[in-house]
Each structure stands twice: as structure tokens, then as C-alpha cells.
Design a binder for this molecule. Structure first.
Ligand SMILES: Cc1cc2nc3c(=O)[nH]c(=O)nc-3n(C[C@H](O)[C@H](O)[C@H](O)COP(=O)(O)OP(=O)(O)OC[C@H]3O[C@@H](n4cnc5c(N)ncnc54)[C@H](O)[C@@H]3O)c2cc1C
Length: 573
């Protein structure tokens, strides 16, 4: 058994969003208490790490504990902080670092919130705990259903939680106060233009006509709050129409949906992975699942709703449907988004649509694939150059074209370059400090004189200076001669300069299961599969070739709520 020196010792570790500071108390040679003094980790996602890692370290009196799957960066940061406290208590530094490194090699674990019984009976079984699954659960429970929601990760939220939190609502209150005229028809037309007319028109009509009601439902019944009078104007929309959840990402949305679901008695089971669909007399009646290596069967007398999200994280599936999107691409998605629902439905004979339409996001972290919020400097006026210091694409081109252009450069990477004139417009670095610090630690971001930045990033300085003087001359003449950049042009003259390394990552899958307007899943002959419903990114066809920014969250909430209602009361709309 390990013996530590008695006392209280502070330590700092680096998690997902920067420093985590702890105070470790040792009594009679044993780790007795771990107190978190400060951290900025993302709520909900990081909760399992904060619950599990300290408990396990106290229980085993060692930092040799595995990371929690889905929040491994937070787990790592917590362990590193505790390791540094133990080093401060006098433990040998080299031994502790070795122990810490070994703990990083242990298989990640999933913490399960599941009380084990081999067979369980409900009215409705929902698979996937993102925005679509939670809103389905609330809608069904509101109509009196006994609902279980299965989530394979240690925390609920899926991609919804980490989204930028922008949701398009035509006719919203922020538009009204800014006197922006908008309506469902205009919204529908924009989405169809963005999707090259290949959208399922019936489904997008439902989406556009129910967006405002769903927004009011969120505010009035779920208690979701939005940033006052703030709108995002995503590409392809005629007017600014995306309202934004209060706070960071969509934490506000997921926390409030979870609270409402719990209040309605929805049984939320994390750490439970759906493995297959159970049928009887050709109707879907339940789900075979795995939790803590034990098999469980969940039966739903009304049926099953699939809301497992897309398949951006499944490289084999990506390559099958769109061979270009191979291993070179990382993904912006959460680690649980691996097309499980698609695969289970495929085995059942479900029909699919638009599976090759996969969207990439051009400005992501080349090492992790995380979508870059700092890199939104592209919209403020930053230019993209390659290692030679030359521009190679119009920075505001469509996501897929910018992505392809970046991949065609040396090392498959691009460099966003901006300066103080641009930084002072939107304060991207001050508003995203945690991301900037992570990028600096990975040598992907630098701030300083042009000389310092160019050298650090190994970009040809002479060409970069030429590129900037040509660009700045174009800015003074009001026209970008080289790439005809749209929008207002801003000078890149005044230091400090900022250079960020970026690469594209797979972001969204437009293809998925075919449903009818009642959210019922269809088989390859076009017949309804009794008892099987779907909502959210798993559903294909709604967005055509290309989903416009801010349309996914509207989609998952409109159709999530609808699926919960339809499974309880078919044919009510
Ligand atoms: C970084 C980022 C930013 C984005 N920003 C925006 C934005 O601002 N606006 C917008 O409109 N869209 C945005 N999107 C897209 C949008 O977030 C997603 O399309 C949407 O959240 C999908 O919701 P969902 O409920 O269908 O799936 P998700 O929220 O992804 O949830 C699916 C859940 O199912 C679980 N699951 C999967 N398989 C199983 C299984 N076998 N058993 C049990 N559970 C399972 C997963 O773990 C996950 O929790 C963004 C996406 C990303 C990645």
C-alpha cells in the first residue's frame, strides 16, 4: 500500500478547457479528500470524470485509474492535477510521472447508470440521448408514457451539447425586435437552394412550419433561455435567423431538457449501449443492449425511437459511401457518433437515402478534428495561406470547397492569418481562451510579430509578406483581385499577428434512414416498419446535398418532439 505525507497539497493539471486546480488532503498516509478549487471543463460532458476519477483515486489510493470514455481529456487533467499535488507532498517526481503515463494507457471505461435486470418493460424505448432523443422522451412522457432513454456514453448530450448553439427560427423575437422580416416559406426556399433541391420537401415543410412553435415550447415549457437579441447569420440564409442558447455551446438546452425529462419520470440510463433491434411478428418491440458487459432486453409496448445521431465518426462507413472521406479526415463529432443506429436498421432491412452526402467543416484542429471557434476569424477577415505563404482559395467559399483546397496543400493543412485590425472586431482569441491555450500547447497557434509567427509556423516569410502587401492593396481598392473574396475586406497590417494551423474534419451526415411524415421508418419496399420511429441526424433526406448552418438543431428538436408525440398518438398532425 502507498504511503503519502500527511497534509493538504495543491496541484494543477490541464484538462479539455485549460487548468484544473485541486487540493488533495492526506491523512494517516492515505489520500483522504480531493477538492476542486477551479476549472473550466464543459458541464454535463465532464460530470462523469469529476464524479468517478477522484472517488476511484481515494478508493485505490493511487492515480493508476483509467480515463472515463467520452471525457478523457477532463479525466487526464484531474489525474495530472492530483499527481502534481502528490509531487508537492514530497513523492518522487519521476515515479509519479511514470505512474501517470501508465494510467493513460489503461483501457478507457464507461460509467454506467444502470440498475441491472435482464429484462425490462416500458411503453417507449429511446436509443440515443442527444437533442432528438431527449425531446422525444419529454413529448412521449408528457402523453403519459413510461419511457426509458438509453445512452451508450457516460454522459448524455451527444453532438447537440457541443454544437455552436445556433438554431434557425423564422419569425423569432430577436428578428422582430431588429425588424427583420422572415417567414417559414422564405426559410424553406433557402434550405432547398442550399440542398440543391434534393431535400425531402414534405419533411422540410414540416420543419419550417413547426420551428416557431418548437422555439416557444422550448422557452415556455422547458424553460430554455436564449441570448437576448442575438442572431447568427449562417451561410446560405437570406436573413439572419439563428437564435443562440444562453451560455456556451448548447449546455443550456441539454441541461434543461434533462431536467424536464427527469421531472416527468423519464428513466435515463447512461453507459447502456443498444446492440440490436428485437422484433415480433415483423413489428419492432424492443432493444438488445449491453451494460457493464451484461446483456439486457428493453421492451417498449408502443415501440422504439432511434435518435443515435449521424456516422461522421465511423471511418469505414464514410469510406463505403464516400471514399474520398477516408482516414485523412478527423471529425468534429463527439466520440459516440459512429452510425450504430444506421447499422442496426440496415440489418433489419430499413431503406436509406443520400448516404454519400457528407459535410466537412474546413476549420478544425488538425490533431483532434475539434471544430475551431477561434478560427471563425475567417468570417471576420482572416486569410488562408499555405506553407509557401500563398493564398489558395476564397476563404468564404462553401465548406466542402475550402476543405478540399486545404487538403490539396503541403501536409494537408492551411494557415489562417489575421492581425489586430481583425481581432479587435470579434475578439476571437479573448472569447475562446481555453481553445487558444490548447492550440498553443500543440504548436498550432502563435501570436506575435509577422516575423516571429512566420518562423514559428515554418511559413515562407518573403512570400507571406508579398501575399499580405498584395492583399492589403486590394483591400484599399475594395476588390480582392486574386479570389474575389465576398463581403467587407479588412486590412492585415497592424501587429500583433495571429497564425493558426487548420485542417478540415468531417462534420455532418445528411444521409440516413428514410422516414414518412409520421416519423415512422420505412423499409426498402416503402412499407412502414411497425413500432420503429426515428428522429435527428440519423434521418436522411431532409437537408438534400448540403445542410445549411443552424438547420440541424431545428430539425432534431422539431422531429424529436414529433416522434415522441407520434409514437403515442399516431396520425394526430
Ligand atoms: C462541433 C459541432 C457544432 C455544431 N454546431 C451546430 C449549430 O450551431 N447549429 C446546428 O444546427 N447544428 C450544429 N451542429 C450539428 C448538430 O449539433 C447535430 O446534427 C445534432 O446535434 C444531432 O442531434 P441528434 O440528437 O440527432 O444526435 P446527437 O446529439 O449526436 O446524439 C446522439 C446520441 O446517441 C448516442 N448513441 C449512439 N449510438 C448509440 C447506441 N448504440 N446506444 C446508445 N446510445 C447511442 C450517442 O452517444 C449520442 O449521445 C454541430 C455539430 C458539431 C459536431
Amino acid at each position: 500500500m502507498k504511503i503519502y505525507k500527511d497534509g493538504s497539497f495543491k496541484g494543477i493539471g490541464i484538462g479539455y478547457a485549460g487548468e484544473i486546480e485541486v487540493l488533495v488532503t492526506i491523512t494517516k498516509g492515505k489520500i483522504n479528500n480531493i477538492k476542486f478549487l477551479s476549472h473550466n471543463e464543459t458541464p454535463v460532458i465532464s460530470e462523469p470524470a469529476f464524479e468517478h476519477i477522484p472517488t476511484k483515486i481515494i478508493e485505490t489510493n493511487t492515480i493508476m485509474v483509467p480515463n472515463v470514455k467520452g471525457c478523457s481529456m477532463s479525466s487526464r487533467g484531474i489525474k495530472e492535477a492530483i499527481m502534481n499535488s502528490l509531487i508537492a507532498s514530497g513523492k518522487n517526481k519521476e515515479d509519479m510521472i511514470k505512474e501517470f503515463k501508465n494510467s493513460e494507457n489503461l483501457n478507457k471505461i464507461i460509467i454506467s447508470k444502470n440498475k441491472y435486470k435482464p429484462v425490462e418493460n416500458f411503453d417507449v424505448v429511446i436509443v440515443g440521448g442527444g437533442g432528438a432523443g431527449l425531446s422525444s422522451a419529454i413529448a412521449a412522457a408528457n402523453l403519459g408514457a413510461k419511457v426509458v432513454l438509453l445512452e451508450k456514453m457516460a454522459a448524455i448530450g451527444g453532438n447537440t451539447l457541443v454544437s455552436m448553439g445556433g438554431i434557425n427560427i423564422p419569425g423569432n423575437d430577436a428578428q422582430i425586435s431588429k425588424k427583420i422580416e422572415d417567414n417559414p416559406e422564405l426559410y424553406y426556399n433557402d434550405a432547398l437552394l442550399g440542398g440543391d433541391g434534393e431535400n425531402n420537401k414534405e419533411l422540410f415543410k414540416i420543419l419550417s412550419e413547426n420551428a416557431l412553435d418548437t422555439y416557444n415550447w422550448l422557452k415556455e415549457e422547458i424553460g430554455v433561455e436564449f441570448k437576448k437579441n442575438e442572431l447568427i447569420h449562417f451561410g446560405g440564409h437570406t436573413v439572419p435567423r439563428a437564435v443562440v442558447f444562453k451560455g456556451k455551446y448548447a449546455i443550456e438546452l441539454i441541461s434543461k431538457l434533462r431536467k424536464k425529462a427527469e421531472n416527468l419520470g423519464v428513466d435515463i440510463r447512461t453507459g447502456v449501449e443498444a446492440k440490436d433491434i428485437i422484433t415480433r411478428d415483423k413489428a419492432v418491440v424492443g432493444i438488445k443492449a449491453l451494460s457493464d458487459e451484461k446483456n439486457i432486453e428493453f421492451f417498449g409496448s408502443k415501440g422504439v425511437i432511434f435518435s443515435t445521431g449521424g456516422f461522421s465518426g465511423n471511418i469505414e462507413m464514410r469510406k463505403k459511401y464516400n471514399p474520398e472521406l477516408d482516414e485523412r479526415y478527423k471529425t468534429t463529432n463527439q466520440s459516440g457518433i459512429t452510425g450504430d443506429g444506421h447499422l442496426m436498421c440496415e440489418r433489419l432491412g430499413v431503406d436509406f437515402i443520400h448516404m454519400s452526402y457528407i459535410q466537412t467543416f474546413p476549420i478544425a484542429n488538425p490533431l483532434t478534428g475539434a471544430l475551431s471557434h477561434v478560427g471563425a476569424s475567417r468570417f471576420d477577415g482572416a486569410i488562408l495561406v499555405n506553407k509557401k505563404g500563398k493564398r489558395f482559395v476564397e476563404e468564404l467559399e462553401r465548406r466542402d470547397l475550402v476543405s478540399k483546397a486545404i487538403l490539396a496543400q503541403d501536409g494537408g493543412m492551411g494557415y489562417l492569418v489575421w492581425s489586430q485590425e481583425i481581432e479587435s472586431v470579434a475578439n476571437r482569441t479573448t472569447n475562446n481562451k481555453a481553445e487558444v491555450n490548447n492550440l498553443i500547447r500543440s504548436d498550432l497557434f502563435v501570436k506575435g510579430s509577422l516575423d516571429e509567427c512566420g518562423k514559428k509556423m515554418n511559413i515562407n516569410l518573403t512570400t507571406l509578406e508579398d501575399t499580405l502587401s498584395t492583399y492589403n492593396l486590394d483591400v484599399s481598392n475594395g476588390k480582392d483581385q486574386e479570389f474575389n473574396r465576398r463581403g467587407d475586406l479588412l486590412n492585415i497590417i497592424k501587429g500583433p499577428f495571429y497564425i493558426q494551423t487548420v485542417a478540415p474534419a468531417v462534420h455532418h451526415t445528411m444521409g440516413g434512414v428514410k422516414i414518412n411524415s409520421e416519423n415512422q421508418v420505412l423499409d426498402i419496399k416503402g412499407n412502414i416498419i411497425k413500432g420503429l420511429y426515428a428522429a435527428g441526424e440519423i434521418v436522411g433526406g431532409i437537408h438534400g446535398t448540403n445542410r445549411l448552418g443552424g438547420n440541424a438543431i431545428t430539425d432534431i428538436l422539431v422531429f424529436g418532439k414529433r416522434a415522441g408525440e407520434k409514437i403515442m398518438k399516431p396520425n394526430t398532425h
